[in-house]
Design a protein around this ligand. Structure first.
Ligand code: AKG
Ligand code: FE2
Length: 344
C-alpha cells in the first residue's frame, strides 16, 4: 500500500476545494446509482451459537447462508456493548481534536499506521475520509507512539476494545469452521496469536449536491472484519446480485464481513464481497473496523479437507508472500483473490 502526503479532508471547508482525484469514476455527477432498498443483510444472534441453545441448528444454518451468499451479516447479542460504547466516545473525541494535535500521530513516510489519509493502491482515487489506523494485535506489534494519549482514556479503551473484538472474532471463527465441516480446533489454532488492526474512519459531510465522491469499492483482504458505526449515519453499501445494497445498521449490532483470506480458506464456500461507503451530504460519518487475520506462521490456502473434497480452488502461499502481494499492488493489477485463484 502506498501512502501520500495529501491534505486531510476534515480540513476542507467546501467541495470546491476538492481536486478531481476525489471524484470516483464509478459515480459521476448526475448519475443515478441503482441501490436496492428492499434487501436486508442477515442478522445473526450470537447467543444462539452455543450447542446447548434450542435455536443452535437454525442459527448455524443462517450463519452458513449469510457467509456464503452475502459475505456480510449483522451480529447481535455479542456481549461487547460496553466496550463499543466507550470506544465510540474516544474515537469521536479524537477526530474532534485540532488538526495539529492529531498530526502528532501522523503516518510516517511510507507507513500506513497512524493518523492521516491512506492512498489505497491500486486506485488513484483518494478516499473521502481521514483515518486513524493502528496495529493492535499481537500486543508485541503495537506501536504505542502512534496511539493517541489524548483523549486521556484512548489507549486503555482501545486496548479493551481490541481484546473484546478479538474474543468475538475467535468465537465466530470456531462456529464458522463447524458450519464448513472443519474441525474448529484447526481453524482456531491459525487465529491463535492472530493479527488485528483497527481502522477508525472519519468521513466529513460533502456539502454540495452536484458533486458526488466516495471511497473506492473494495474487498477486505483480511480474514474477518468487525465493523461498528459510531453515529447513526448510513453510508455502507455492499454488492449483492450486481446491485448496491445499503446496509442499515441495527443499533448496537456489529457488522461482520468475510475477507479474502476467509474466502480462500473456505475454498470459495464463503464470499468476500465488494463494498464501499458513500458520503452523506449533511452529516459526518464515523466507523471503526477491526480486521482479523490468522497468525504470521499460517499459510494462506484452502483448509485441507475442503480442498480434498472439491479440489483446491486457490493456491496455497506463505503469509509473507501474501503480505508482499498486498503491499506491492499496482494500478491495473488483478485483485488478490484473482491472483491466487486456480483456473479450473
Ligand atoms: O466505513 C465503513 O462503513 C466501511 C469501512 C471499510 O470498508 C473499511 O475500512 O475497510
Ligand atoms: Fe472494507
Amino acid at each position: 500500500m502506498e501512502t501520500l502526503p495529501v491534505d486531510n479532508v476534515q480540513d476542507f471547508t467546501s467541495l470546491k476545494d476538492i481536486s478531481q482525484q476525489y471524484i470516483s469514476p464509478e459515480i459521476m455527477p448526475g448519475d443515478q446509482v441503482s441501490i436496492h432498498e428492499s434487501f436486508e443483510i442477515p442478522v445473526i444472534d450470537m447467543g444462539k451459537l452455543t450447542t446447548d441453545h434450542v435455536g443452535y441448528q437454525n442459527e448455524m444454518a443462517k450463519l452458513y447462508q449469510a457467509s456464503k451468499e452475502w459475505g456480510f451479516f449483522q451480529l447481535i447479542n455479542h456481549g461487547a456493548t460496553t466496550a463499543i460504547e466507550k470506544m465510540k466516545v474516544v474515537v469521536e473525541d479524537f477526530f474532534k481534536l485540532p488538526l495539529e494535535q492529531k498530526m502528532v500521530y501522523a503516518h510516517q513516510p511510507n507507513g500506513v499506521e497512524g493518523y492521516g489519509h491512506v492512498f489505497a493502491a491500486p486506485s488513484k482515487i483518494l478516499q473521502w475520509g481521514d483515518m486513524l489506523f493502528l496495529t493492535s494485535l499481537p500486543v508485541s506489534q503495537r506501536n504505542l507512539s502512534l496511539w493517541p494519549s489524548t483523549p486521556a482514556t484512548f489507549r486503555s479503551t482501545c486496548d479493551e476494545y481490541s481484546l473484546e473484538m478479538d474474543k468475538i472474532s475467535k468465537g465466530l471463527i470456531r462456529v464458522m469452521a463447524t458450519t464448513l465441516g472443519v474441525n474448529p480446533e484447526i481453524l482456531s489454532s491459525m487465529y491463535e496469536d492472530g493479527t488485528q488492526a483497527i481502522r477508525m474512519n472519519y468521513y466529513p459531510p460533502a456539502n454540495e449536491n452536484e458533486k458526488v465522491t466516495h471511497p473506492k469499492a473494495h474487498r477486505d483482504t483480511t480474514g474477518i472484519t468487525l465493523l461498528v458505526q459510531i453515529n447513526e449515519v448510513n453510508g455502507l453499501e455492499i454488492k449483492k446480485d450486481n446491485e448496491w445494497v445499503l446496509v442499515k445498521p441495527i443499533p448496537g449490532a456489529i457488522i461482520i464481513n468475510i475477507g479474502d483470506i476467509m474466502e480462500v480458506m473456505s475454498n470459495g464456500e464463503y464470499s468476500s464481497i465488494e463494498h464501499r461507503t458513500i458520503v452523506n451530504f449533511q452529516k459526518q460519518r464515523l466507523s471503526i473496523a477491526a480486521f482479523h487475520s490468522p497468525n504470521l506462521s499460517t499459510k494462506i490456502g484452502p483448509l485441507p479437507n475442503l480442498s480434498t473434497k472439491n479440489g483446491a480452488k486457490f493456491k496455497t502461499i506463505e503469509r509473507e508472500e501474501y503480505t508482499r502481494m498486498l503491499l506491492t499492488r499496482k494500478i491495473g493489477d488483478e485483485d488478490i483473490l484473482d491472483q491466487v485463484k486456480i483456473n479450473q
